[in-house]
Design a protein around this ligand. Structure first.
Ligand SMILES: [Zn+2]
Length: 64
């Protein structure tokens, strides 16, 4: 059996601090916390297609 051609939908995104590529072993859920392997910064998943990261909402508590 051949491999499915799903590689173009790779689960990767880029760190907002150091711009390193961050790979996901499994598809993340919204608001999952991921940590950059390069700079150790923690991010929250705010978008899934494409995967987008933002700082956890604890940091910017000026919503209201
Ligand atoms: Zn980083």
């Amino acid at each position: 059996m051949g491999r499915a051609n799903m590689e173009q939908n790779a689960m990767t995104t880029f760190c907002r601090v150091c711009h390193s590529r961050i790979r996901f072993d499994a598809h993340p859920d919204l608001f999952d916390i991921v940590t950059c392997p390069e700079c150790d910064e923690a991010f929250e998943v705010v978008g899934l297609s494409p995967i987008q990261l933002d700082w956890p909402s604890d940091f910017g508590d000026d919503d209201k």
